[in-house]
Design a protein around this ligand. Sequence first.
Ligand SMILES: [Zn+2]
Length: 151
Amino acid sequence: MGFKVIVESSEAKFSASHFLKEPFQCTRLHGHNYYVSVEVSDDLDKNHFVVDFTDLKQNLRSIVKPMDHYILIPTKSDELEIREEKDSIEIITVNKRYVFPREDVFFLPLPATTSELLAKYIHSKLKEVYKDKKISVRVRESKSTMAVFEE
Ligand SMILES: [Zn+2]
């Protein structure tokens, strides 16, 4: 495997709110501008591509776009109780209670919405399309911090 293609984060960014579990300061509701970049490695196909850049950009955007300007809620957390009401979502944490409009929430099948797990989630969605490729996903949540998942 000598070839790799890279889509830089300017192609895939999203803004979202989240909170993490105690005892971190991130337990308060806050937001990030997330920048996602992807590397795909493989041999070349019959068109001499690792993957088609246009397809890769579109696929990546279609994964991150549904999270853009939403409140990210992890549905596999042991520490959150999630109650769906008619038009609202009630979230009960160890010591807090949030109520959000249903239309503002994006559920993620994750135990937490850390950048590490967001990278893994985006990776899993890309892997549905690029099953046999080695994929590396980087999620940058600030100028100096990013998480990577690759497999
Ligand atoms: Zn955060």
